[in-house]
Structures are given as C-alpha cells and as structure tokens.
Design a protein. Sequence first.
Length: 92
Amino acid sequence: MVQKTSEARLRFPVIVEVDEDGYYIVSCPLFKGCHTYGGTIEEAMDNIREVIEMCLEEEGIDRAVKFVGYREVEVEYGKASINQGKRSNQIP
C-alpha cells in the first residue's frame, strides 16, 4: 500500500534480502523491475529511493501495482532432501 506522508511525499513497501556475497538486494513490489542493491543497508535503501523515483517518473503512480501484503507458505522438507546425494541401488 502506498501511503502519503505529506504533500508530494509517498511511502512504499520494499523487500530487503541479503545475497550469498553479503550484498543487500532491495525491491519494491509495486513496480515491475524495481530493484537494486548495495554493500550496506543504507546504500541499498538510498539506491531503491532513486529507482522508485525513476519508476514514478516513467510510469506514474497510477500504473503501480496495488500491494496487499505478504503471506508465508509452509512446505515440507524431509527425507527426500536429506538423503539427496546418497547412492542407493534399492528402488523405493
């Protein structure tokens, strides 16, 4: 959800992740292709502000996808994955 904080100031949801090299990957789910990274969380957040501003200039606020929230999904992770890599001549 986009929230107006004052005249001409908008607040956008962003997703922050850390990759295997330690870089912070930040994306805004309201715009397709709206993502960036940084070596620190501060750098990544500064970068995503710039990218969101570019998306707003190119697409406008009316083209933004409506963000409704997020949910978590539970999946089973069991024996098949644990035994992965072990050779067996037996057919289960």
